[in-house]
Design a protein around this ligand. Structure first.
Ligand code: DQA
Length: 158
């Protein structure tokens, strides 16, 4: 008889944080809030647990490390939540990596990038992700994670 552990995570999500997000809590708190990255990750792990979803979190200040992590996600994760930080506005490499692995991805930003300097209004990722959540502070990550889980469970792929 095969036993099914109903508490075993059904989904696995990779949460990627780009450059300077390791400084959350200290970094321009008027824009990014006072939550630290560790606090955000803890909230995501708890939220994931309530949806039977395992969360792996990774932060890097290096574009290539983020690209490597996206490649490695191929056999490991069902979806990606990414805040690429400033790479959002510059990185064709991260965009190409997400397109290459074809893993459903949600883009998140703490700040509302459209309310800010013009150079932040363009995202290289927006055209190839499922959707984007921007402007809800640390809550953007939680909204992004929930949206991704609902999307993955719906079975719809676009
Ligand atoms: C950010 C917005 C980016 O423009 C900025 O470079 C960041 C953080 C956000 O979460 O609001 O590093 O992605």
């Amino acid at each position: 008889m095969v036993e099914i552990d109903s508490n075993a995570p059904q989904l696995s999500i990779l949460v990627l944080h780009g450059p300077n997000l390791n400084l959350l809590g200290l970094r321009e708190p008027d824009i990014y809030g006072v939550s630290t990255l560790a606090q955000i990750d803890t909230q995501l792990i708890e939220l994931g647990r309530s949806f039977n979803t395992a969360i792996e979190s990774f932060q890097s200040n290096h574009e290539g490390s983020l690209v490597d992590k996206i490649h490695d996600a191929r056999e490991l994760h069902d979806g990606i939540v990414i805040n690429a930080g400033a790479h959002t506005h510059t990185s064709i490499a991260i965009r190409d990596a997400i397109s290459a692995v074809k893993i459903p991805t949600v883009e998140v930003h703490l700040s509302n990038i459209y309310k800010r300097e013009e150079f932040r209004h363009h995202s290289y990722l927006a055209p190839i992700v499922i959707g984007q959540i921007s402007g809800f502070g640390a809550h953007s990550y939680q909204l992004g994670l929930q949206a991704l889980i609902v999307h993955l469970k719906s079975g719809i792929r676009f």
